[in-house]
Design a protein around this ligand. Structure first.
Ligand code: PHE
Length: 338
């Protein structure tokens, strides 16, 4: 009997397997309820007394050996499954798909970069505005006809709460909370109730700029704009056409000379070579006063441009609606852009 157990012991020590089923069968054979070990233990009472000690020792040895074996093999099996789960950990990684910035962000970041080089910081404000910051402080009192220049989405009336129609509202907030010298640009989304077409949408994006200090002149404005157009478009020939904005006096539209070299130039500039890119002017003294700045001491200039139109221009996008559709096939095309 003892010899048989010793043979089993040798067999147990030799056993190896990576199959779950085989390991389980091995466990049942030795350690199961009707397994060999239990039958050996049952034999114990029939063993002559002088052999009991040795018999007891070998079955205990067999039991420990079989239990250890099952545990070791099961552990190995599990860690193999783990490994399988993560694949071959030494394999080189898959190249990661790189995303693209939205063309609006690309253009906005470039504009911010250009103005930050001449000392402008970035200011932001709420898209939901009150009447004061969007209109009244900007020299557009109630019933002023110029309010119709920008069709407004109202959220609530009396008191009026609305979606800002320009980021000039941010400039008002900035002047209310900062003392001159002020050099800030305000990028952001603005809303106007316009018929949606290939060229216009009910929301778009602006960057407006504001400079307030002692002795700021129209010449400073012109020089700043020229710097901007040459950095942004590589074109420094600009012209200022007299215009009207309630918050600036005098006011002007800025055209940049794009040229007439290609067919696209003809189409974009309607055969003139000139492109209108923004509005600007000297901040109306009333606006400075409304914002707590003494117009007798300080003067300033302001300008505002639409980012969407510039993005269409620079990336030759034919329809403004593409900018808000979030079609990945469209967005992916901007991977190589900054
Ligand atoms: N706020 C004007 C607009 O939205 C743009 C502008 C800003 C014009 C500053 C002049 C000065 O159309």
């Amino acid at each position: 009997m003892i010899e048989t157990i010793k043979e089993h012991l040798a067999e147990v020590e030799k056993f190896a397997s990576t199959s779950k089923e085989e390991i389980e069968a091995f466990r049942i054979k030795y350690l199961g309820k009707k397994g060999l070990l239990n039958s050996f233990f049952a034999e114990f009472k029939n063993v002559p007394n002088d052999q009991k000690k040795e018999f007891g020792q070998v079955i205990n040895e067999l039991k420990n050996s079989a239990t250890d074996k099952v545990n070791v093999l099961k552990e190995a099996l599990e860690s193999q499954v783990e490994e399988g789960k993560y694949g071959d950990l030494t394999r080189p990684g898959e190249p990661m798909e790189i995303g693209a910035r939205h063309p609006i962000s690309i253009v906005k970041n470039r504009i911010i970069d250009i103005f930050s080089r001449i000392g402008f910081n970035v200011s932001e404000g709420p898209e939901i505005e009150d009447d004061w910051h969007n209109f009244t402080a900007l020299n557009l009192p109630e019933y002023h006809p110029a309010r119709d220049m920008q069709d407004t989405f109202f959220i609530q009336t009396d008191p009026d709460i609305l979606l800002r129609t320009h980021t000039s509202s941010v400039q008002v907030r900035y002047m209310e909370s900062h003392k001159p010298p002020i050099r800030t640009i305000s990028p952001g989304r603005v809303y106007r109730n316009e018929a949606i077409s290939a060229r216009s949408h009910c929301f778009f994006h602006q960057v407006e700029g504001l400079y307030v200090d002692k002795n700021v002149s129209f010449a400073d404005l012109k020089q700043t704009l020229q710097y901007f157009t040459s950095e942004m478009f590589g074109k420094s020939k600009i012209r200022l056409r007299p215009s009207y904005f309630p918050f600036t006096e005098p006011s002007a539209e800025v055209d940049v000379y794009w040229g007439l070299e290609t067919e696209t130039d003809y189409r974009m500039t309607k055969g003139t070579g000139w492109l209108e890119i923004m509005g600007c002017g000297m901040v109306d003294p009333n606006v400075l006063k409304n914002c707590g700045i003494d117009p007798e001491v300080y003067s300033g200039f302001a300008f505002g441009m639409g980012i969407d139109r510039i993005a269409l221009l620079l990336h030759q996008i034919s329809d403004i609606r593409l900018l808000s559709e979030n079609d990945v096939r469209f967005l992916e095309q901007f991977k190589s852009a900054l």
